[in-house]
Ligand binder design. Structure first.
Ligand SMILES: [Zn+2]
Length: 291
């Protein structure tokens, strides 16, 4: 049951949703840094949220959630691509409140001037960035506000995480196409689903299998489950990307770096892979040779 995304439909209704669970993947990501407990929980929720949001995209590419703030907590980001590969990272100064807390709200409430970015990067085509005020005490609350205001798609999202497992559920009322369809849907459908969704408890979301969660919530409805998708840890770093980064900083900075670090060593923060560039390789990027 670990590391999956289960889509669901309600037969004859313009409603779709997803349940996600991350376990081994979450532990792989959290093991790469020594995060405080509240930050682990926040990253778990952000990872589940990106896996939910990625499922709403119809393009090849990736979607990321990025929190930025100006206080001791600097940023956190989580990303999911169309292959179901996720990764996440956070940067902050130690804060005793983060060690003790067992929820992500402790981090969210501590942020100074926080902004939540939703970035969509298609493989081909234009990037999109949505900016969401982080004025709710939960990440799910902020994302629902985004859907209400920007996307205008009625959406309910529930997120929960521990340091071991994270889970998320998203349910959306899709735009109705025809008048006939409009008439067929019972008026009470969305209010009823909203109310049921809100009864889901954090430990049910992280502990129960997706089909059990859906049965518990919507057993009065005709819920359809297509095939489950796998989610996994995946990093998009490569030596080529590092080479691009070196080209960006310019030949002067590269020469300076080589004076005290040869070969130049670059670590991927997401997966701890190390990339090395000898002086010859690094200068070769600029068409220069060792003198
Ligand atoms: Zn990497």
């Amino acid at each position: 049951m670990s590391d999956i995304r289960q889509r669901f439909y309600i037969e004859d209704c313009p409603v779709r949703g997803e349940v996600v669970h991350l376990e081994a993947t979450l532990q792989t990501i959290l093991a790469q840094r020594d995060y405080a407990q509240a930050v682990q929980i926040l990253l778990g929720e952000m990872l589940s949220a990106t896996a939910l949001l990625a499922s709403t995209l119809k393009i090849k590419g990736r979607i990321s959630l990025q929190i930025q703030a100006s206080g001791t907590f600097k940023w956190a980001m989580a990303e999911c691509n169309h292959l179901g590969e996720v990764r996440a990272l956070a940067d902050y100064e130690e804060d005793p409140r983060f060690q003790a807390a067992t929820d992500s709200s402790t981090v969210l409430k501590s942020l100074t001037n926080p902004i939540l970015f939703i970035n969509i990067e298609p493989e081909f085509g234009e990037r999109y960035q949505g900016i969401v005020p982080l004025d709710q005490t939960t990440l799910a609350g902020c994302l629902m506000q985004y859907y209400d205001l920007s996307a205008q798609i009625p959406t309910r999202i529930v997120l929960a995480s521990t340091a071991q497992r994270s889970g998320g559920l998203l349910i959306q009322l899709l735009p109705r196409i025809s008048e006939e369809e409009q008439q067929r849907i019972d008026e009470d459908l969305w209010p009823r689903l909203t109310m049921l969704t809100e009864t889901l408890k954090a430990d049910e979301l992280t502990e129960l299998a997706a089909n059990e969660i859906l049965y518990r919530l919507y057993n009065e409805e005709d819920v359809r489950l297509p095939e489950i998708e796998q989610l996994k840890f995946g990093c998009t770093c490569s030596k080529d990307r590092c080479a691009n980064a070196l080209q960006q900083i310019g030949v002067e900075a590269v020469r300076e770096t080589l004076e005290h670090q040869n070969p130049i060593t670059m670590d991927c923060q997401f997966c701890n892979t190390q990339y090395q560039f000898t002086a010859e390789e690094a200068l070769g990027l600029f068409g220069e040779h060792l003198s």
